[in-house]
Structure formats: C-alpha cells, structure tokens
Design a protein around this ligand. Structure first.
Ligand SMILES: *Cc1c(COP(=O)(O)O)cnc(C)c1O
Length: 429
C-alpha cells in the first residue's frame, strides 16, 4: 500500500494545524507512521486519498452504528439541509429526539442537547454541583469524560485521592475538587468520600469503560456505587457517550440493573453529526436555566441537521432491536477468532465484547482497571496495528481505545480481518 498523498497531506496539515490534526489521537503518535487522510467512507469501508481501502473498525470513534452513508440517515440530513442549517430558535425535531430518549431510558424525564460529549459531561457536572450544593466530584483513573478542566486530572503522590492537573493550563485549584478512585475497587471510592472536605456532589463513571480499552464495571461494584451515592446524597452520573446505543440499545441499562441519576450521551445520538446530551429526572433537570438557576447554553445546541440525523438513527435502532444480537455475534466472532490466532502464535491476548463494542489487550491476565490496562504490551500492539493497516484493516490507533462493529460490517469483512490477522500475528511474534 502506498501512502504518498497522505504523507504530503500530513506535512501540509502539520504546517498550519498543531500536530496536523484536530484531535490528538488521530496523529497515530502511539503506533507511529502517518495517518491515512480519508477521502470517503462507504458502508463498512474507508477509502484514503491514495486510493487504499480499509475495513473500518473505528467508525468515527463510535457514532456510525450503521456504517458510512446509511441511505436513511443521508436522506434525512439532505432534507433538513434544504430547510436551512441553523436557526437559533426552537424546532420540533429537538422534541422528537428528546421524546425518543426519555421513552427509552428508565429514570430520565428530560434531556438537554449540546454539541459534543465534552460539553454534555461538563454541563452535567455543573448541574450536579448546582443541584446538591456541593463542589467535589469523584472520577475513576482511565475513564475519559472529555477535555473540560475538572476532568483532566491524574493521581497525585502517595495515598492522596485529590487529583492533580494532567495538562498544563488546568489550574490545580480546579482539579483539587476532583477525587480519583480506582475502577472496580469500592474501597478506593469510600476513601474519596472520607477524604472529601467540601462534600461529594457526584460520582461520574463510564459504566462500560471504553477509553482505557474496553473494561466493563462489575455489577456488584455499580450496586455499591449506587448505595454510596444514596447514603451521601450524591448523584451517580453514568457517562454513556460511548456505550449509549452501542453496548445495547439503552447502553448499560440493557445490561445492568443499576440506574444512575443522570446520564450523558453523544456519539451515536448524532450519527456522525456533532451532538451530545445530558438527562435526568425532572426534579434535577428543573434546576437548569431558564427553568432554574444553573446556567448552560449553546448557539448551535439542538442543531436541526444533527437532530434529524440522530432521530433517524435512533428510530432505526428502536425498530430493529435484534441489530444488537447480530452486532454482538460478529464482535464475538472477531474476538474469539483473534484469541485463537494469538493462542496458536503463542501471544498473550485477552478480549472483551459488549454489544457492538470490542476490545483486546496484549496481556496475560484479565484487565479490570487502568493499572491492569497499562500492563498491555504496547510495542506488540503498535506492530499489530501497523501490520493490519498495511493489509487494509483500520483499527483504532491506540491500545486504549475500543473497536466498533457497524451494521455494514459484514461476516465476510470479519473473515477477511481474521485471515489478515493470522498473517500479521505470525509476523510480529
Ligand atoms: C468520546 C467521549 C467523550 C467526549 O465526547 P466528545 O464528543 O469527544 O467531546 C466523553 N465521554 C466518553 C465516555 C466518551 O467516550
């Protein structure tokens, strides 16, 4: 495969865009090489500007559950475009999409739409703090909730649970209100509650973590989080920007019995357009402006084109719930096949599947939290990634991302991927 045009495009981009990309993961920093510049997508395939074709397991990092250029979504977008791009005034399609969501999720009476997952989480945290009158929040190492200040935290020294900024430009005064706990470890959460000085407003968690590889929370862990929140009058927020409509139609609600007070959504609800949302019971949502005093706004929030794309997508999913069985069966076929291939090549590999989401670690034991995930053999991953890419399989360019199956990912594509993986695994062992 040649990459001449992409190399040229990357160099040009580099001169005017930091790192040549508008979101860091796209730069291929952790796997090396040049990112292919994309010309177009079609169903389960991506085509780059050198004319290479790839089986796409990234799906724009999750949103494209129907693959590229789904005809129903495309038609609804084109129809909406012809009526104007944005009005800054209410439209009925916002209510239609909100209704779909509140009817789908237990305990969610109202939602507000924003333009990204980052914005959804940032707004949800402000609402949780405004509602409870408390300042501290608990997050888990390895969970990603977007790039807002309070969430760019890393563990401090020793046994301290208060977070330190993980990026220059984030004031320590902000991150000191974010306490860090370990995923799937309830004792670490209890310690945060006892360390908190200002009181805990909320726990925010990806109930099916997809940003440190794919690591689902254990059910008993979620049950205990729920109990701790009840005991301390804190809100439990499930960040389902990735897992919503991906792990099941209703994200973690289709898998776990634990219900959060608030949920955040994104990715699939926009079907590839920029959308985020946060929702909760009416009592909480009524604290949001203009009904309540907690301020939140957006010029392009509830954009009619994005809402149309999302509405069409959710209606299609709801009308065909068996989609998830098909997607999960394909994801399992892919992961089981990969495990067998790794086994034959004497390479340690552990895999996980939740609905249309899949993850694998080059690791010898099960992975339950970020610390376990870091033991992944990143050198082997980089080689595997590069080998697969050069053979026409587009996997996430980091060991700490989740892979996605779309309805356009056919059984033949899975077979082709496994055929290629067998060659690549034997090359890199
Ligand atoms: C992607 C993601 C976000 C951030 O969404 P953006 O649209 O990239 O801002 C937040 N939380 C989770 C769980 C995500 O996967």
């Amino acid at each position: 495969m040649g990459y001449e045009n992409s190399i040229k495009a990357f160099n040009e981009a580099y001169s005017v865009i930091p790192g040549g990309v508008d979101s860091p993961v796209r730069a291929f920093s952790s796997v090396g090489g040049t990112p292919p510049f994309i010309e177009r997508g079609e169903g389960g395939y991506l085509y780059d500007i050198d004319g290479n074709r790839y089986i796409d397991f990234v799906q724009s990092w999750g949103p494209l559950i129907f693959g590229h250029r789904d005809s129903d979504i495309e038609l609804s977008v084109l129809d909406s475009v012809k009526r104007g791009l944005s009005f800054g005034a209410p439209t009925t399609v916002e209510t239609d999409l909100a209704l779909e969501i509140v009817n789908m999720f237990d305990g969610i009476d109202k939602v507000r739409f924003v333009s990204s997952g980052t914005e959804a989480v940032m707004s949800a945290l402000r609402l949780a703090r405004g509602f409870t009158g408390k300042d501290d929040i608990i997050k888990f190492s390895g969970c990603y909730h977007g790039h807002s200040d309070s969430l760019l935290v890393q563990a401090g020294s020793g046994a301290v649970t208060f977070g330190n900024p993980s990026s220059p430009g984030v004031p320590a005064d902000l991150t000191k209100h974010t306490l860090l706990a370990q995923y799937n470890n309830i004792e670490s959460v209890k310690k945060c509650f006892s360390d908190s000085i200002d009181g805990i407003a909320c726990i925010i968690i990806e109930p099916i973590a997809g940003n440190m590889g794919l690591i689902p929370a254990r059910e008993d862990f979620l049950v205990e989080l729920r109990e701790l929140c009840n005991e301390h009058s804190a809100l439990l927020i499930f960040d389902e920007v990735m897992s919503g409509f991906r792990a099941s139609l209703t994200g973690s609600q289709g898998i776990s019995s634990v219900r959060a007070d608030m949920i955040t959504l994104g990715k699939v609800i926009g079907a590839g357009m920029p959308v985020g949302a946060f929702g909760a019971r009416a009592e909480i949502m009524s604290h949001l402006s203009p009904e309540g005093a907690v301020y939140q706004a957006g010029t392009l929030s509830g954009n009619p084109i994005a809402m149309s794309a999302g509405l069409t997508s959710l209606k299609k999913l709801k009308a065909n719930p068996s989609i998830y069985q098909t997607l999960e069966a394909r994801a399992k076929r892919l992961m089981n096949g990969l495990e067998d291939i790794a086994n034959d090549a004497n390479i340690d590999l552990v895999t996980t599947v939740r609905g249309s989401m899949f993850g694998f670690f080059f690791s010898s034991k099960s992975v339950n939290n970020f610390e376990d995930a870091l033991k992944n053999n990143s050198d082997l991953f980089a080689k595997f990634h590069q080998g697969m890419l050069n053979s026409g399989v587009y996997l996430a360019c980091s060991a700490y991302e989740t892979g996605f199956i779309s309805t356009a990912t056919t059984d033949d594509m899975i077979e082709e991927t496994l055929r290629v993986a067998k060659i690549v695994m034997n090359d890199i062992k």
